[in-house]
Ligand binder design. Structure first.
Ligand code: PLP
Length: 383
């Protein structure tokens, strides 16, 4: 059975073009880019070309791109690095950040850093973003995600960054879900640092990048050699870096398709789910969100059960609830949005990519009403 993969916010397939670009660096071109000899020097050129490709996707300068091992490392470097240089510092963030930011902020709070988390409304958008400037001074880092991984909801990062910079704060954004899906232009958005991750845009897992605007102070997370201009030690993951560069280049050529064909497929799926499954509700703002993501709750049933029955039909999706110690807890994002328990519990995320076809979407549309009906008959929830 061929998998219908609708879990692209979890990870994406490596694009064939990306794999092809990577292979020489796993075979004959295995030199160390820091070596003096030509065998290594040639490899260095490809790492620097990848830096240019990633910079081009963000409309940034190549010197502003630092390669890391993942989105989580980029988030940690931005936030912990800032706090290291700013005494006790302060963090202002949202209640719906990915755990890479959220648990890190909670860790710093437990170590004595002041933390303010701005809540969201039931559509997933920030409630009190007009209050943010009053909380910021030059010892504060604001960290707001560009797009939410569960709902796809897009925060107005450009406006938030503008306000933060006006009052002298430092601005980081976790753009792991946004880069490659929507236009991210660093000449227009005054953020100081931005995190991205390769495996969300058809590059392999285990490579990411941190955009660091020229002039920002940087503190390494990993000390050792002088790689990445002395900002991150460790021999470069050359093949994956080259893959990320190629994926960035591909993303630019596919951005239009992502925002037209992929969006249309997502809308087709969403409209069918909402009209054909009783008690189905969309989670998150309908317009202000990524083109590839829909998050729908099917009231009075369990999201995990939906996933298992979809899996039986070869369809891979994702749920907002995590099975912890026998109890199915709705995700912190659903809770922060105030989604009632019987809906939060069944939140199901379908996230598409350019590799999805209309046949796959139609097969999912055919499967879902039967799955919902079957689970409702077994549901312990009373409507
Ligand atoms: N931030 C967001 C919004 C994400 O969705 C993810 C991964 O799901 C991460 C950070 C972490 O990225 P990585 O898996 O590369 O560490």
């Amino acid at each position: 059975m061929k998998t219908i993969y609708l879990d692209n916010n979890a990870t994406t397939a490596v694009a064939p073009e990306v794999l092809e670009a990577m292979l020489p660096f796993l075979k004959e071109s295995y030199g160390n880019p820091s070596s003096i000899h030509r065998f290594g020097g040639e490899v260095r050129k490809h790492v620097e070309h990848a830096r240019e490709q990633v910079a081009a996707l963000l409309n940034a300068h190549p010197e502003e791109i630092l390669f890391t091992s993942c989105g989580s490392e980029s988030d940690n470097m931005a936030i912990s690095g800032f706090l290291k240089t700013h005494g006790h510092g302060r963090i202002v963030t949202s209640t719906v950040e990915h755990p890479a930011v959220r648990t890190l902020c909670h860790h710093h709070r437990d170590e004595g850093v002041k933390l303010t988390e701005i809540g969201v409304a039931d559509d997933g958008l920030l409630k009190d973003d007009w209050k943010i400037p009053g909380m910021i001074d030059d010892e504060t880092i604001a960290s707001f995600m560009w797009a939410n991984n569960e709902t796809g909801v897009i925060f107005p990062v450009a406006q938030i960054a503008q306000k933060v910079k006006e009052v002298g704060g430092f601005m980081h954004t976790d753009a792991v879900q946004a880069v490659g899906k929507v236009y991210v232009d660093m000449s227009k958005v005054p953020v100081d640092m931005l995190s991205l991750s390769g495996h969300k845009l058809h590059a392999p897992k285990g490579v990411g990048a941190l955009f660091i605007r020229k002039g920002s102070a940087v503190v390494p997370l990993i000390y050792g050699g002088h790689q990445e201009q002395g900002k991150r030690a460790g021999t470069e993951n050359v093949a994956s870096i080259v893959g990320l560069g190629r994926a960035a280049e591909l993303a630019m050529t596919r951005m239009n398709e992502e925002n037209t064909r992929v969006r249309e497929l997502r809308d087709r799926l969403e409209a069918a789910l909402l009209s054909q499954c009783p008690d189905a509700k969309l989670n998150g703002h309908r317009e202000q969100r990524l083109p590839n993501t829909t998050n729908v709750s099917f009231g009075y049933i369990e999201g995990e059960a939906v996933l298992l029955l979809l899996d039986e039909k070869g369809i891979a999706a994702s749920s907002g609830s995590a099975c912890t110690s026998g109890s199915l807890e709705p995700s912190h994002v659903m809770k922060a949005m105030g989604i009632p328990y019987v809906f939060a519990h069944s939140s199901t995320r379908f996230s598409l990519s350019v590799y999805n076809t209309q046949q796959e979407i139609d097969a999912t549309i055919s499967a879902m009403p039967g799955i919902v009906k079957r689970l409702r008959e077994l549901s312990p929830f009373v409507k």
